[in-house]
Design a protein around this ligand. Structure first.
Ligand code: 5AD
Ligand code: SF4
Length: 426
């Protein structure tokens, strides 16, 4: 989501004559686009701002701003805490940025805009995209979240759910594909609840069908899905849509029904497992990745064991594992949380160990296979190497010409590392 927001910021500011530079030292304007899903995000943002102070001391005309979730959460407080900060803009206020910047440039005013906007205004403010010849791009289909999982700050900082009209989404994908994009990821905080509250609008599976038909689109993905909104119709898309990749990121958070209830997730362990079974029936090659929280308030060893069991039963190709930490305004922040940091850390380590073992078995099973790789660009490994991704979103580095960018090519997997494969063009 923040990548898309940053792209929009670049487009808006190019209208004021700004262009991107490589470092804060060279810049006339520095903007931090923040996310508060991660632990201690506020502290990290203040830390970053501190690093700009010496530059501002040398060049007082430098404009410094903060946007995104932390800006939404902190608001005016940031201007009070950081006297050299010029502007703060919230998650609904990216379009106010040019005005805020001009006020800072011309009148040296310090501004803060963090009001949530109404649905109509937000729908009208969907971003103009910058032209970039990029193989893989994101398209936002919905914003905000109404789920209020008890640990999560997103509904508080991103506001209520809205879905874009499907016609607009399809038109945007068509435009990107005509500019050379080969892979689209449809994005939303809770992407598969797309249009559930909008009568007469295409459902999310129908939207996938429409996008899948677009000539020239090789690959389609979507993120992030909520298990409670994984309908049979959506699950069937994995078996029937040729562009839809054989991968889904489906956070389960906890394997214990008691904890899932406290988290307000709206599904049980059995519900989750039954969706996984259906997904595998629809598309036997599918691989799953997930998010898990360890150490939620009140989690007991038996709850944690249920999480480990679920992980073993499903066999996730990868997992993002998080140690619970409270977020302001959330329901879980008020729940009694007695377990020591040591107990939680021990569970976290055990979880990680199990995930590493599982991931290693799954990714090592690719050794020797020939897989279709969509080539995205030059590899970080060095001259003469390119990288791309498999249908499972696994990065593969291999020797090849830059002319391959944008093509799907067969690559034999020759080595497996923790985060990527190494291969040879066949
Ligand atoms: N503590 C720990 N992890 C969290 N996540 C969200 N909020 C918290 C929190 N308060 C994790 C969830 C979510 C991922 C993006 O971040 O697993 O799926
Ligand atoms: Fe947060 Fe996702 Fe739950 Fe929404 S569905 S509250 S974004 S964890």
């Amino acid at each position: 989501m923040n990548i898309v927001d940053s792209e929009q910021i670049v487009v808006l500011l190019s209208g004021l004559g700004y262009s991107q530079v490589d470092s804060a030292e060279q810049a006339d304007l520095v903007l931090l686009n923040t996310c508060s899903v991660r632990d201690r995000a506020e502290r990290k943002v203040y830390g970053h701002l501190g690093r700009f102070k010496p530059i501002k001391d040398k060049r007082p005309e430098l404009i410094i701003g903060v946007g995104g979730c932390v800006a939404q959460q902190e608001g005016e407080k940031m201007l009070e805490k950081v006297p050299y900060l010029n502007l703060v803009f919230g998650t609904h206020n990216i379009n106010s940025l040019p005005d805020l910047v001009q006020q800072a440039e011309q009148q040296h005013l310090r501004g803060c805009e963090t009001d949530f906007l109404d649905r109509e205004t937000r729908l009208n403010l969907f971003p103009e995209r910058s032209f970039q010849e990029t193989v893989s791009r994101f398209v936002t289909v919905m914003q905000g979240c109404d789920n209020f999982c008890s640990y999560c700050i997103v509904p508080h900082v991103r506001g209520r759910e809205i879905s874009r009209p499907s016609l607009e989404v399809v038109a945007e994908v068509q435009k990107l594909v005509s500019e050379g994009t080969k892979e689209i990821t449809l994005l939303g905080q809770n992407v598969n609840s797309y249009s559930l509250k909008d009568k007469g609008e295409a459902s999310f599976p129908q939207l996938l069908h429409q996008v899948n038909k677009i000539e020239g689109l090789h690959r389609l993905r979507f993120a992030t899905s909520h298990p409670k909104d994984m309908t049979d119709e959506l699950i069937e898309c994995f078996g029937s849509l040729d562009a839809l990749c054989h991968h889904i990121h489906l956070p389960f958070q906890s394997g214990s029904d008691r904890i899932l209830k406290l988290m307000n997730r709206g599904y049980t362990r059995d519900d989750y497992l039954s969706k996984v079974e259906k997904l595998r029936k629809s598309c036997p090659q599918i691989r799953l990745t997930t998010d898990i929280i360890v150490g939620f308030p009140g989690e007991k060893e038996e709850d944690f064991q249920a999480t480990l069991d679920l992980m073993k039963e499903v066999g996730f190709a990868d997992a993002f594992t998080f140690l619970y930490s409270p977020r302001v305004e959330t329901a879980a922040a008020k729940m009694a949380d007695k377990d020591s940091a040591l107990v939680k850390q021990d569970r976290f380590d055990r979880l990680l160990e199990l995930q590493h073992q599982t991931s290693s078995v799954i990714w090592n099973s690719d050794l020797g296979d020939i897989q279709s790789v969509l080539v995205e660009g030059k590899s970080k490994r060095g001259e003469g190497d390119v990288f791309g991704r498999t249908t499972w979103n696994r990065i593969v580095n291999f020797s090849g010409s830059i002319q391959l960018v944008g093509k799907v090519v067969p690559v034999k997997i020759t080595d497996v590392f923790r985060n990527a494969h190494l291969g040879e063009l066949v």
